[in-house]
Structure formats: C-alpha cells, structure tokens
Write a protein that binds this ligand. Structure first.
Ligand SMILES: [Zn+2]
Length: 289
C-alpha cells in the first residue's frame, strides 16, 4: 500500500478525505483515514479514524531533541480520534502509517534519506540515498479474519496484531524489545481484563509458556504467526553509487530495510517545498502590512 503525496493544500489523494463539519471549538483541519495497512481488520465494524494536522509547536518539538519511541508514538496518537474503539488499540504499523500521513498533511512534500552498505563492494562504507514519501510502501495485513487461532500442544492460542496499548504495557515492565514478550502480549490482547494485575498474571503465564517451548515445530508456529500479523514497511530497493560496482552494471537492486522510528525524526521538507517557501520572502518596504 503506497503513501500518496499531498500537493500544497490538497488532501492526500484517495487515502484521506477532509471531514466537512469541524467540531465546535476545534479549528484544526481534520482528515478521515480511509485506508490503513491493517485494512481495519483489527477494529470494530463501522469504525472511523480521524487525525488533525500537527500544530507548529508539535513539529518544532518533534524535530528538536531526541525523543523516545514512546514519546514519538504518543505524539502521533495525540492528534488521532476513533469513534467506536480505544485509539490505543490502533496497530503499530497503522500508527506508523498515520504518523507519516499526519506529517505529509502538515508539511507537504517530504523527503528522507536512508543509509546502506553495498554488499557487492569490498568497502563497508555507508552510502546515502534520498527518497520521497511516495516511495514508501506498506505490506497489507493479508489474513482473512482476526484473531489468528494457533493450535499448540498446550492448547489453542489467539493472536491479534501488536498495538500501542500492548507496547505501553511491555514498556511498563521493560520488555518492549523482547520478541517473546511481544508475541505473548499479542496472544492475550483479545481478552478483557478487570485489572492490571489480572492482565500481568495472564501475560506472565503466557510468556513462560512461549519462553520454555523446546519443540522446533512449536517455535516455527510462533515465527509464522509473527510474519502473518506483520504489516509494516516494505524494504526499499537502491543501486550502489560506486563506479565499477557489479550491482550497478547489472542493475541488481540492494534491499534497504527502513526503521520508521528513526524515519519519524529524519523526515524533512523537500527542496521544492523549501524553494516555494523562500519565494514568499522579500526585503524592504515594498508590500504587505
Ligand atoms: Zn557496490
């Protein structure tokens, strides 16, 4: 699923459409998201996701000091509204995608640079390649229905895509980078818990279950469910810059995996955008008030 770029003051084509009636006391332009990588399969029927553009202050803060992934995702979520479900249940890839849309709608043309090392060259020097937002492409969630039910030797477990709420829970117990913990929380997120304690107990039980699996076929099932529920960014294809490189001669693309967490910080306005802004400046007392 491609991110479509918005031209100045236009809505991102077909991906979002503006909401006609702005809410009272809310003058920020709002957009309805009509397409997401999860294809809305993770959300209740009739759901609507809306977002507002970033305010100047948001953008300034976000481009400034180093922000943690939690701050970045909280900032994205701050301007998002959902009509019939808790917005913290938005899947991670969808949240990344909405984050990109919010930036495109707020700033206009955006570009970013990706670093890569050519596997065909002897040197291991980093090369830089500039991309535009429209080069970004997301994998769609291709499963016919959710949750995914997986039969293990110890019983059937139900899996849902990884959400912001899951991430916040894992972060509270310092396990947000642990792959087994991520799968364990994905396997209990379709349940309803009456308290945090109940949720934590269910998580710990599930984590031990997955962590102690010895049978390779059971591990394979976990890998498979992880892949099936992933709906993140597709890798980009680039060509080596070095003269005489075999990949350049034979047009062999090099795969560059992007990390959207970093991308949020490095996305900057394109040259065209910067030039159009510069044209709005003149000097001396000629016009204006
Ligand atoms: Zn090369």
């Amino acid at each position: 699923m491609k991110v479509q770029e918005k031209k100045n003051n236009e809505v991102v084509n077909s991906v979002v459409s503006p909401i006609k009636e702005p809410k009272e006391n809310d003058f920020m332009p709002k957009f309805t998201v009509s397409e997401v990588p999860s294809k809305f399969k993770s959300y209740p029927e009739g759901c609507k996701i809306e977002y507002s553009v970033y305010r100047f202050g948001d953008l300034k803060r976000m481009s400034g000091s180093e922000l943690s992934p939690h701050q970045i995702y909280s900032d994205i979520l701050m301007g998002v509204e959902c009509n019939n479900f808790d917005k913290r249940k938005i899947t991670f890839p969808d949240l990344n995608y909405i984050g990109v849309l919010r930036k495109v709608s707020s700033i206009g043309g955006l570009e970013f640079s990706a670093q890569f090392v050519c596997p065909f060259c002897d040197d291991s020097e980093f090369q830089n390649k500039e991309f535009e937002i429209k080069d970004l492409d997301f994998f769609d969630l291709e499963v016919p229905n959710l949750p995914i039910n997986v039969k293990f030797s110890f019983g059937v477990r139900k899996f849902m895509p990884y959400t912001f709420e899951d991430f916040e829970f894992l972060r509270s117990i310092n396990k947000e980078l642990d792959k087994t913990a991520i799968l364990a929380i994905m396997s209990i997120s379709s349940k309803i818990f009456r308290s945090n304690k109940e949720r934590e107990d269910a998580f710990n039980k599930r984590f031990d279950e997955f962590d102690n699996m010895e049978d390779p076929t059971e591990n394979y099932k976990l890998d498979k469910v992880d892949k099936m529920l992933g709906h993140g960014l597709k890798p980009l294809s680039v060509y080596c810059n070095n003269e005489g490189c075999i990949s350049k001669e034979k047009k062999l693309p090099i795969r560059v995996d992007l990390d959207l967490e970093g991308l949020e910080l490095v996305v900057t306005p394109t040259r065209k955008f910067r030039e159009s802004v510069e044209n709005c400046f003149s000097f001396g007392n000629s016009e204006g008030s």
